[in-house]
Design a protein around this ligand. Structure first.
Ligand code: ARG
Length: 463
């Protein structure tokens, strides 16, 4: 049964129907569709556009449909084009005439714009909750690892010693920024498109402020053509999801490296790793690899929608139907990745001794040895050269800077004294780095305080 059969004389071809339909996927937002219809009819009755009796019949009917869909006792039948036609058809079948009045002063164009916005808004809240859960786990790891020394890397080469708390703190910042992006987006999309009609508003005396308020928006959208044509917020959501996926993917890549036979910085919990069907010794980081791998399809969704949107004239065009499947998939993918990653990282074992030994062996204290000379009056460029010579000596003999005798230090520069060992010890190297944002324990304690404070912010804080 078609909503728009009146003007047509031929039956719709089956292939055309299959190509055109969206019920097979927009059924995903049946709750939001019904929620929008309930607000619409409540407003229509308040404005005297439909009678109180019709309002009651419609609201009761919609409530029944919602309950049955939730319970899985009402099936989505294929002949309907989309979720909007489906709900209206079932409603009319059940309550008769009154059902036909629901769509007064509304078009599927503003209806779908509303449904998509409500759905994205709900999913933003859910995604934000999952990011927050991950941040709580990261904060706990930070608190427990202020003294877990490890090499910090540049170019994947050992650079300077840091702590695990500091390293994980970098990811904390990334995911916190993701939360602030979600929050910005949540506030920016806070206008209700319902009442925009097909594109040019309507002649009925709708109260758009009323529906906006009933649906929890700050107010109605400002321009009816923009209301039905706008999918900016979907693009922004996909961009934010891409960023979350990118952060998860970078962290996953590190977990994969740290879990490799060569590094052994971490041991994954059995529940979050898998074996090989042929090689009995294997314990593979599949979850981290899948999180890294799935990032591609999230980016794909973003680029796909940007491309769909770039040539669309105002106002509604059917191309817009293409926003759904990829957005739903990106949301579900990122939510899945967040939940799995959080589970994986909260059960991982950090091999502290291995991390620390790796930092000791990799000349990560070479800068500190140069700084020691500078503090004793040697110009930095000369100090750099002197320590370079010492490093060469060590590489030749397969030892660390700390293993050189004082005579050996002094053979390259007489400035070195007994206190050099203290100056280049791992503990000193980290402890002395106490500028804001640095890995030193004092700086880190302050950073963790600030993290805890910033984590408390919620999506709907207007702060
Ligand atoms: N299924 C459509 C979509 O997702 C609903 C809007 C249909 N509007 C129309 N004028 N054909 O965009």
């Amino acid at each position: 049964m078609k909503l728009w059969g009146g003007r047509f004389t031929k039956e719709e071809n089956q292939l055309v129907h299959n190509f055109n339909e969206s019920l097979s996927y927009d059924r995903k937002f049946y709750r939001q569709d019904i929620q929008g219809s309930m607000a619409h009819v409540t407003m229509l009755a308040r404005q005297g556009i439909v009678s109180k009796e019709d309002e009651k019949a419609i609201l009761d009917g919609l409530k029944g449909i919602l309950e049955e869909l939730d319970a899985g006792t009402l099936a989505f039948t294929k002949e309907h084009e989309d979720i909007h036609s489906f709900v209206e058809a079932v409603l009319t079948q059940r309550i008769g005439e009154a059902g036909k009045r629901l769509h007064t002063g509304r078009s599927r164009n503003d209806q779908v714009a509303l449904d998509m916005k409500l759905y994205c808004r709900d999913e933003i809240v859910e995604t934000d909750r999952l990011v927050k859960e991950l941040l709580e786990v990261l904060l706990k790891i930070m608190e427990e690892n202020l003294d877990t020394y490890m090499p910090g890397f540049t170019h994947l080469q050992k650079a300077q010693p840091v702590t695990l708390a500091h390293h994980v703190g970098a990811y904390f910042e990334m995911f916190l920024r993701d939360r602030s992006r979600l929050k910005d987006l949540y506030n920016r999309m806070d206008q209700c498109p319902l009442g925009a009609g097909a594109l040019a508003g309507t002649t009925y005396p709708l109260d758009r402020n009323c529906t906006a308020e009933l649906l929890g928006f700050a107010g109605p959208t400002w321009n009816s053509m923009d209301s039905v044509a706008d999918r900016d917020y979907v693009v922004e959501l996909l961009s934010t999801l891409s960023m979350i996926a990118m952060h998860l993917s970078r962290f996953s890549e590190e977990i994969i490296i740290w879990n490799s036979n060569e590094y052994r910085f971490v041991e994954l919990d059995d529940a979050y790793s898998t074996g090989s069907s042929i090689m009995p010794q294997k314990k593979n980081p599949d979850i981290a690899e899948l999180v890294r791998g799935k990032t591609g399809r999230v980016y794909g969704a973003l680029v796909s929608l940007l491309t769909t949107m770039k040539g669309l004239p105002l106002a509604y065009n059917k191309d817009l139907q293409e926003d759904k499947e990829l957005t739903f998939d990106a949301i579900d993918t990122v939510k899945g990745c967040l939940a799995l990653f959080t589970g994986m990282i909260s059960t991982i074992t950090f091999c502290r001794d291995v991390m620390e030994a790796s930092a000791r062996k990799g000349f990560t204290n070479a800068t500190d040895a140069a700084d020691y000379l500078v503090n004793h009056g040697v110009p930095f460029r000369d100090a750099h050269g002197i320590v370079g010579q010492l490093v060469l000596l060590c590489i030749d003999r397969g030892i660390a800077l700390d293993d050189l005798t004082l005579e050996e230090f002094r053979s390259v520069s007489p400035v070195f004294g007994e206190d050099i060992y203290q100056a280049i010890s791992m503990e000193t190297c980290v402890r002395k780095r106490n500028t804001t944002g640095a890995p030193g324990q004092e700086a880190m304690k302050e950073a963790i305080e600030a993290c805890r404070r910033r984590l408390r912010q919620e999506l709907d804080d207007k702060t």
